[in-house]
Design a protein around this ligand. Structure first.
Ligand code: FAD
Length: 318
C-alpha cells in the first residue's frame, strides 16, 4: 500500500515509522531482524531502507602496495525490502539514489521493485562520495533528485528509457523525497531550497520526509513556508535521538543543522554515554509528543541500526 494511502486511512491519527540501514556485507540479516522485531509492536505501516553510496577501499597487495577499489559496503537494499515485506507484512521502502547509478541501472532497480510489489520508493540524489568535494553523477546518471522523480513518474506512465517500450501496464510507485527544515547544505538560501522541493513535488513526488531536526519550530516554519508556495503533499518529520557525545560534533558537521543550546548544555552535563542516551530519549519523546499534538501524519525515526532507544520512545509516545 502507498504511504499516502496509509496516511489517509489513519484519519488524522499519527503513525509510527522508522528507517534502517542495511548491514555491512558479510553480516547476518538475523541481526537486523533482532533490531526490528521489538519495533513491530507499534505497527509501523512502513519501514525505510537506505542505500549507501559506493566508497573507496584499499586492499593490501602484500608487497607494501595498496590496491584501490570502489565498492558498496552495505548493498542489498531492494532484497532487504522484499524480505521485510514478506516477513512482517509491512510496506518496505527502498531509497533509490542518483549517485553511483546510470539511468539504465536505476530502471533495472525500479523494475525489480515493481515485480516485488514494493509500492513506494524514496527518490534521493545521495551525497558526494567521501573523497569528493562535490556531488558528481556518473555518466548517464541522474543529476538531481528531481530528475530521478521524473524518471520514476515516467515509469508510472508506462514510459521506459529511450521510449522503446510504451506499455499500458504501468508502474504505480508512490514517490517520497527529502526536505530540509534547516535548508540543504549546498543551497544558497532556505527559499531557494524550498523552490527546489516544489520542483520535486511538481515532477511527481507524493510526500516529503524531512532531515532530522532537534527544534520543532524549525519544522513548523518549514511546513508553513512549504504550504505558502503550494507544496500540499504530506511532510513527514524525521527524528533522531542523540545517543553519544560524538553526535554533538558529527550531526552539525555532516547534516549542517543546529542543536538547541538547552539540549547541548544537558548533554555537556552528562558523565557518560549512558546518561547522554537518556537525555536523547527524553528530548525525542518531548519532540514527538509536540509533533503529534500538532497533528503530523507520521513521526519517522532514524534508527541507524540500533533500536532500543527508539523502542523506549515509541513505548512512551504511541
Ligand atoms: P536534491 O533534491 O537533488 O537537492 C540537492 C541540492 O541541489 C540542494 O541543495 C538543492 O537545493 C539543489 N538543487 C536541486 N535541484 C537543483 C537544480 N535543478 N539545479 C541546481 N540546484 C538544485 N543519502 C544516501 O546516500 N542514502 C540514503 O538512503 C539517504 N536517505 C535519506 C533520507 C532522507 C529522509 C533524507 C532527508 C536524506 C537522505 N539522504 C540519503 C541524504 C541525501 O541524499 C543528501 O542530503 C543529498 O545531499 C541531497 O539529496 P536530495 O535528494 O535532497 O537532493
Amino acid at each position: 500500500m502507498k504511504v499516502t494511502e496509509h496516511i489517509e486511512q489513519a484519519k488524522g491519527k499519527t503513525l509510527f515509522s522508522f528507517e534502517i540501514i542495511p548491514p555491512q556485507k558479510g553480516q547476518n540479516i538475523n541481526d537486523l531482524y533482532a533490531n526490528i522485531d521489538p519495533l513491530m509492536e507499534f505497527n509501523p505501516p512502513f519501514i525505510d531502507v537506505t542505500t549507501s553510496r559506493e566508497e573507496r577501499i584499499y586492499i593490501a597487495k602484500g608487497n607494501g602496495l595498496l590496491e584501490q577499489k570502489i565498492t558498496r559496503m552495505r548493498p542489498g537494499t531492494v532484497g532487504i525490502c522484499a524480505a521485510l515485506k514478506y516477513k512482517y507484512n509491512v510496506d518496505a521502502i527502498p531509497h533509490v539514489l542518483c549517485g553511483g547509478f546510470t539511468k539504465e541501472e536505476t530502471e533495472y532497480v525500479l523494475v525489480d521493485c515493481h515485480y516485488l510489489g514494493l509500492d513506494n520508493v524514496m527518490a534521493l540524489r545521495g551525497d558526494s562520495m567521501k573523497h569528493e568535494q562535490y556531488f558528481k553523477p556518473v555518466d548517464g546518471g541522474n543529476e538531481y533528485a528531481v530528475d530521478l522523480v521524473s524518471q520514476i513518474s515516467d515509469l508510472n506512465k508506462g514510459k521506459y528509457l529511450h521510449e522503446i517500450i510504451e506499455t499500458p501496464h504501468k508502474a504505480n510507485f508512490c514517490i517520497g523525497v527529502a526536505g530540509y527544515p534547516e535548508k540543504h547544505m549546498e543551497s544558497p538560501s532556505m527559499d531557494a531550497d524550498l523552490r527546489r522541493l516544489k520542483q520535486k513535488v511538481d515532477a511527481g513526488a507524493d510526500y516529503v520526509v524531512t532531515q532530522m531536526f532537534f527544534d520543532n519550530q524549525k519544522y513548523f516554519e518549514f511546513v508553513r513556508k512549504a504550504k505558502e508556495i503550494g507544496i500540499n503533499v504530506p511532510i513527514i518529520p524525521g527524528i533522531k535521538p542523540i545517543a553519544i557525545s560524538r553526535h554533538l560534533q558529527v550531526l552539525p558537521q555532516v547534516f549542517k543543522l543546529d542543536l538547541p543550546d538547552v539540549l547541548v548544555r544537558e548533554i555537556e552535563g552528562c558523565k557518560n554515554n549512558k546518561e547522554i542516551r537518556q537525555v536523547g530519549i527524553a528530548w525525542a519523546i518531548q519532540q514527538s509528543k509536540e509533533l503529534i499534538q500538532a497533528g503530523v501524519p507520521v513521526v519517522h525515526f532514524y534508527s541507524m541500526g540500533k533500536s532500543s532507544n527508539i523502542y523506549t520512545i515509541a513505548k512512551e509516545v504511541f
